[in-house]
Design a protein around this ligand. Structure first.
Ligand code: SPD
Length: 340
């Protein structure tokens, strides 16, 4: 009888094997054009853990898909202000610091930031700015800020991010309004400005705004700094300008949703990405500002001299959680785009 029992136990272990295999995967939901496939392949090669990777192009898309597919994602990559929203809504799990031994590589200036003051839920992945790219072979006038970009003479020569919060905030900056004071009165002031700007845009693209510039379809863009850095690497005629009126500085983070089913694997992947040589691969492919100072030490002087990746100065401001006003921004831009 004892023998039969132990046989049954061993059989049960065998039957349970697929469950062990199922734990050997991790579902990453990240920004498009941001996580090199070779990083994920390197992790799988070393650990045997399969990485399923889905992408999004805006924080709003991340939030809605995460709510709809709760449990489907183990790591997400929100921007700082969206992480703030997720922490408030209890959508993020506290991180186990003991499993994140490489956290020490993140620079002190990127720790204890306003979106996660105790570094309880988030790990900085990449930081960057939103600025203007000018094809200086074509555009000879000085472009210093948003009002220089959105001029009738540039109609159909512009690409901008397809990001409602960004677009409305550019109008706030141009009007001298604080970026995070999204009141009904301020939105009413921004509305005619955004309406006139939208009419001039040829391409709205958050995934790869560089493409329209590279193809020569447009001459000026308002884009993520990493996109601008790639353009500058391609051709020095693509100059990056941080708008004088103010520019958005973001920190995109890695975090684990409370609903994640593979939290241990998620910690392993985050810790892997925090390795200097792995974080360097991210910079090589997507040259944003790397908050991993140990990785930065591995970059070439040319990489560090890229003015879009590592800008010298600027009037930089972070976005904050603005609660329900985010929906008002979406409504405003959706209305104006459909009226266009
Ligand atoms: N393709 C990667 C883009 C990353 C942009 N993150 C910043 C978003 C701020 N709204």
């Amino acid at each position: 009888m004892k023998k039969l029992h132990s046989l049954l136990l061993s059989l049960a272990t065998l039957v349970a094997l697929p469950a062990v295999h199922a734990a050997g995967e991790v579902n990453l939901f990240g920004w498009s054009e941001y996580v090199p496939q070779e990083v994920l392949d390197g992790f799988t090669k070393e650990t045997g853990i399969k990485v399923n990777f889905e992408t999004y192009a805006s924080n709003e898309e991340l939030l809605s898909k995460l709510v709809a597919g709760a449990g489907a994602y183990d790591i997400v990559q929100p921007s700082d202000y969206t992480a703030e929203v997720m922490i408030r809504r209890k959508m993020l799990a506290p991180l186990d610091r003991q499993k994140l031994t490489n956290l020490k590589n993140i620079g002190p200036q990127y720790r204890g930031m306003v979106h996660d003051p105790e570094d309880k839920y988030t790990v900085p992945y990449m930081t960057g700015t939103v600025g203007i790219v000018v094809n200086t072979a074509v555009v000879k006038d000085p472009i210093k800020g948003y009002r220089d970009v959105f001029q009738p003479k540039h109609r159909d020569r512009l690409v901008v991010l397809n990001d409602n919060r960004e677009i409305v905030t550019w109008a706030f900056y141009a009007l001298g309004l604080p970026a995070n004071e999204v009141t009904a009165a301020n939105l009413a002031k921004a509305r005619p400005v955004v309406a006139s700007w939208i009419k001039l845009v040829k391409v709205f693209d958050s995934d790869s705004p560089k493409t329209a510039l590279l193809n020569g379809d447009v001459d000026i863009g308002i884009v993520w700094s990493g996109e601008a850095a790639i353009l500058w690497n391609e051709d020095k005629k693509f100059q990056y300008v941080l708008p004088a009126e103010g520019a958005h500085q973001f920190v995109d983070v890695l975090a684990i949703p409370t609903t994640a089913k593979h939290k241990d694997e998620a910690h392993q992947l985050i810790n892997y990405i925090l390795r200097p040589e792995v974080a360097k691969l991210v910079s090589d492919k997507f040259p944003y500002t790397n908050p991993n100072l140990a990785a930065r030490r591995l970059l070439s002087p040319e990489q560090l001299a890229n003015p879009a990746s590592y800008p010298q100065a600027g009037n930089l401001q972070p976005f904050r959680d603005i609660g329900k006003a985010a929906a008002d921004i979406d409504q405003l831009v959706t209305d104006l785009k459909s009226a266009n």
